[in-house]
Ligand binder design. Structure first.
Ligand code: NDP
Ligand code: 8X3
Length: 246
């Protein structure tokens, strides 16, 4: 039977690839992002709507539309997220930190806290969180981004304990380097600088990560994948990356 899959940040990268993958399975989709004009055409059956996870009113409106279109949520994919800049802590002004924490942590909580009660009530549902290798190993210039992703590990652990016995599942999918718009956003539109991140490396693709998300979401109800750490073969840690020189 088709499921109602809600994906935040479906306008690009991992979110978009996941939407396409779930669409291929015949699931009913609700897709949100600020650039909502990009959502049309991803899947013909999808409810597509503007969503800014940092704005509680936008989250409420998006979820109301999603529930009206496709009924109770079976899978919530908390994918919307970003890194902004590479400020060291001593250099920070606070603006980029607030943007990352409001999006990656508080935004995720805003949507999850609204979706979870019905899952608990129905004794079924799956919350999938896109974390990062950055949540496992911190690196200089990434303190707040890494911290935001580290926070998701604790939030997922707590949710697993809080929903124990209800049938609700909580999975974190934590990728290493994936070539998406992530670095263009991090460097505020500087495409040359973003391209250098992937120089000589074979990074993950958004589809590689989407496959893991689909795998987690298609296990039998008694199986919960707590955490999937997926890395490019060319990357061992944020500091150890194999690059072929051209
Ligand atoms: P992209 O920049 O390609 O996609 C990010 C998505 O998040 C976009 O669809 C964007 O949509 C959305 N988004 C950002 N802010 C908001 C917001 N306030 N409200 C709603 N949607 C928002 O990057 P990725 O696909 O790589 O990133 C997806 C997730 O994967 C992020 O959580 C990221 O931290 C994580 N990740 C990425 C890795 C990488 O190397 N690329 C590695 C590990 C984790 P819009 O701007 O239209 O709102
Ligand atoms: C994105 C991967 O290593 O650039 O989460 O932080 S990294």
């Amino acid at each position: 039977m088709s499921r109602h899959v809600v994906i935040t940040g479906a306008s690009s990268g991992i979110g978009r690839a996941s939407a396409q993958a779930f669409h291929r399975l015949g699931d009913r989709l609700s897709l949100g992002a600020r650039r909502h004009e990009r959502l049309a055409g991803i899947a013909d059956n999808a409810f597509c709507s503007a969503l800014d996870v940092t704005e509680p009113a936008s989250v409420t409106q998006f979820l109301e539309g999603a529930l009206a279109a496709h009924g109770p949520i079976d899978v919530l994919i908390n994918n919307a997220g970003l890194a902004r800049g590479t400020e060291k802590i001593a250099e920070g002004t606070g603006a980029a930190w607030r943007e990352m924490i409001e999006t990656n942590v508080l935004g995720l909580l805003e949507i999850t806290r609204r979706a979870l009660p019905a899952m608990i009530e129905r004794k079924q549902g799956h919350v999938i969180v896109i974390g990062s290798i950055a949540g496992h190993i911190a690196y200089p210039g990434g303190g707040v981004y890494c911290g935001s992703k580290r926070a998701l590990q604790s939030i997922c652990q707590a949710m697993r304990i809080e929903t124990l016995g209800t049938g609700v599942r909580v999975t974190s999918v934590d990728p290493g380097m994936v070539e998406t718009e992530f670095s263009v956003v991090r460097f505020s539109g500087d495409e040359d600088r973003a391209a250098k991140v992937y120089d000589g490396v074979r990074p993950l693709t958004a589809d590689d990560v989407a496959e893991c998300i689909v795998f987690a979401a298609t296990r039998p109800p008694h199986v919960n994948l707590d955490d999937i750490l997926i890395m490019p073969t060319d990357q061992a840690t944020p500091f150890h990356v194999h690059r072929e020189s051209s």
